[in-house]
Ligand binder design. Structure first.
Ligand SMILES: CC(C)(COP(=O)(O)OP(=O)(O)OC[C@H]1O[C@@H](n2cnc3c(N)ncnc32)[C@H](O)[C@@H]1OP(=O)(O)O)[C@@H](O)C(=O)NCCC(=O)NCCS
Length: 173
């Protein structure tokens, strides 16, 4: 049997079409109307935190993170993350998340938020955000709001509505 070699790489523009196909496969047409997805509209993800997962030379997974703010506190929104269903449950998703956390910390980000299933993201160290502490500008199940401090105490006192920051002039990320 061929050994499966999973490799994480920085996303390049050439990967875009395959990633879009993976999103269509995993999320279907409803993907564009989810609150987290609407928030990301028009806000490019952080380029150094967009990674692809390759298995024996084929792109089979992707993860992106986008800058967000709550009041004056800046952090990251994790997602979308996708792994091709043919290669599910081999640990690639957790692998991508852990890599993203390490890279985000190295890049100086202070916290990460996401909307997702607690049992899955708790494995990577996320915890449920207290109900109503951080709200989204659209419908989101409050029990699915998960957070991680990349610096101890970085979410202390951070409360209010999550917003996508306006892109800085001249920034291409
Ligand atoms: C969610 C997703 C990224 C997980 O990727 P993966 O590579 O299969 O995940 P891992 O191999 O790291 O972990 C698999 C384990 O997590 C479990 N798991 C997967 N999705 C889960 C979920 N939503 N809730 C709870 N557990 C989940 C699996 O059952 C499996 O459990 P096991 O190890 O006991 O068999 C992948 O299934 C996917 O792309 N799903 C569709 C897109 C999606 O929902 N993305 C997340 C929201 S942005």
């Amino acid at each position: 049997m061929t050994e499966l070699k999973f490799e994480i790489r920085l996303e390049t523009p050439a990967d875009n079409e395959i990633i879009q196909n993976l999103h269509a496969l995993a999320f279907g047409p409803g993907r564009f109307v989810r609150t987290a997805s609407l928030m990301r509209e028009g806000v490019p993800p952080v380029a150094c935190l967009c990674h692809t997962g390759w298995l024996n030379g084929s792109l089979i997974a992707s993860i992106k993170l986008t800058r967000v703010v709550v009041g004056s506190s800046a952090g990251l929104l994790l997602g979308p993350i996708v792994v091709h269903p043919d290669f599910a449950s081999r640990g690639f998703g957790q692998n991508l998340i852990r890599n993203a956390i390490a890279e985000a910390r190295d890049a100086g980000f202070r916290w990460i938020i996401l909307v997702g299933d607690a049992p899955y993201y708790e494995k990577a160290g996320f915890t449920k955000s207290p109900r109503g502490k951080i709200t989204f500008p659209g419908p989101v199940d409050p029990d699915r709001v998960m957070v991680m401090e990349l610096e101890a105490g970085s979410l202390n006192g951070v409360t209010g509505q999550l917003l996508a920051p306006l892109p800085e002039p001249g920034r291409t990320e």
